[in-house]
Design a protein around this ligand. Structure first.
Ligand SMILES: *Cc1c(COP(=O)(O)O)cnc(C)c1O
Length: 468
């Protein structure tokens, strides 16, 4: 095959841009922007000719050059981030955006951000107000703390707290609580950035009260407790109870600070899970400052919420880092909305999507599975082996790692394509579905699929199996 002929068949850039379709594109978008795509697609075509041994493929690729350019230009005209159907059964899926917020909260956000708001304006006084004022009262009401503030995420909260109280001083923390969170970020590294010096005490499995006490000195600024949210140490273990640590803090006049990880506000043991420490319990135990994530079990927007003693929160508010870590108005509104749900625990369980999914009954999941099964069966039943099976969902997001929720799923094994190829096609579809592969079958866990997404799942299968 003489490839040089094919290279010669690639139209020149000035010819391409005179093409009617490309001209139309240039009217719609910036000319330079279209030119970039023209160059990109022609470069790719050259590479394709170089690497391909199929004359037919090369010919069709040259023939399709205009439509490839159109596709490339259009790719940038729509957002890359899109809604994804989470059929993994992992409720707080970090890669899929962690907590989902309610329709109602999203509507409030939309209404407020498409106009002006009193974000930092005190309507009563007619002067500058605080962006934190809108949710401070509701958070203190629910958690029982004196005061509250929120920053971008919980890692930022830890950084800010320690930077306020422990800069150039010492922070005592148990070796059993040195947590690494997702993306290989380590909480101890975040803490060190505050300028505080970590004094690690005890061992991985056992830390006693005397380990803390023996290390208290003039330099001690904080006794820190970190909830081991994403792992459990079991067996021959011992940790110091919060109230003991609080006693110790009082004795030496050193504040006790707790990073509780997930912001649990309801006793989850009432809903069939194991007990997870709640923010209220920590405040009740006398912890000076507690911080937690907004988008883990709390079920709100990404945020780091700090609650505790007023005198200490006031100091945090004055730290210049607070300005660098401040939340935006989208978050402020969504946060206020989610806390309002917690005024009544039943409201929270029924309206906060994360809690709703945890509490979704097996009967409800079964009904949903049957509905999806019959729809899928009628369109791809002859192409696949389809079944409804038992499966296990997880909380995820580094919360309650040992907890397993019984669930139902649709399992799919195609007669025409491999399970790996099927999983990939579903991911790449217009309305992507993310499932998981177990025993060479694709598994769609219905716990995390919303009832109004069933039709979208069906549509995606039609697209993938080309039976539109
Ligand atoms: C998740 C977690 C963090 C980090 O919170 P982000 O909101 O993701 O920044 C910090 N500490 C603990 C104990 C956690 O579980």
């Amino acid at each position: 095959m003489e490839k040089s002929n094919y290279y010669r068949n690639i139209p020149k850039v000035d010819i391409i841009i005179e093409d009617e379709t490309i001209k139309n594109l240039s009217e719609k978008y910036n000319r330079d922007y279209v030119l970039q795509s023209v160059r990109k697609v022609t470069d790719e075509l050259r590479l394709f000719i170089k690497n391909s041994n199929s004359e037919d493929d090369i010919k069709s690729k040259i023939k399709n050059i205009a439509s490839d350019i159109v596709n490339d230009v259009n790719k940038y005209a729509v957002p890359n981030m899109k809604r994804v159907i989470n059929a993994t059964g992992t409720i707080l899926h970090t890669n899929l955006g962690r907590a989902v917020i309610s329709d109602e909260a999203a509507k409030k956000v939309k209404k407020l951000v498409t106009g002006y708001t009193n974000l930092e304006y005190d309507l009563e006084e007619g002067k500058r107000g605080s962006r934190y004022s809108h949710f401070e009262e509701i958070i203190t009401k629910i958690t029982g703390a004196e005061s509250a503030i929120a920053v971008n995420n919980n890692a930022a909260a830890v950084l800010l707290i320690l930077s306020t109280f422990a800069k150039n001083k010492e922070v005592i923390v148990s070796r059993g609580e040195l947590v690494e969170i997702g993306g290989s970020f380590r909480v101890p590294d975040v803490m060190s950035q505050s300028g505080g010096k970590l004094i690690e005490v005890g061992t991985t499995n056992k830390t006693h009260l005397f380990d803390y006490e023996n290390n208290i000195s003039e330099e001690t600024a904080v006794l820190l407790k970190v909830h081991t949210s994403n792992y459990r140490i079991v067996g021959f273990t011992e940790t110091v109870q919060l109230n003991e640590l609080v006693e110790l803090g009082k004795k030496y006049n050193v504040p006790v600070i707790e990073d509780i990880g997930s912001g649990v506000l309801v006793d989850l043991s009432k809903y069939g899970l194991s007990y997870e420490p709640t923010v209220q319990d920590s405040i009740k135990a006398g912890v000076d400052i507690v911080c937690f994530s907004g988008d883990k079990l709390l079920g709100g927007p990404q945020a780091g919420i700090i609650v505790g003693k007023k005198s200490m929160i006031d100091k945090i508010k004055k730290n210049p880092l607070t300005r660098a870590l401040r939340i935006d108005k989208f978050t402020a509104i969504a946060l206020e909305c989610v806390f309002h749900e917690y005024i009544n625990e039943n409201n929270a369980i029924n309206n906060v999507p994360v809690l709703k999914m945890i509490n979704k009954s097996i009967e409800e999941i079964s009904l949903e599975s049957e509905k999806l099964y019959s729809k899928l069966n009628s369109i791809i039943g002859h192409l696949c082996e389809l079944n409804i099976e038992d499966c296990e969902s997880q909380i995820g997001g580094g919360s309650l790692p040992t907890e397993i929720l019984k669930s139902k799923c649709i399992t799919i094994k195609s007669n025409t394509i491999t399970t790996v190829a099927l999983e990939k096609s579903l991911r790449l579809a217009t309305k992507p579905i993310v499932g998981r592969i177990v025993n060479e079958k694709l598994l769609l866990d219905l716990r995390t699929v919303f009832i109004d997404e069933i039709e979208d799942v069906v549509e995606t299968f039609k697209e993938v199996f080309e039976c539109l």
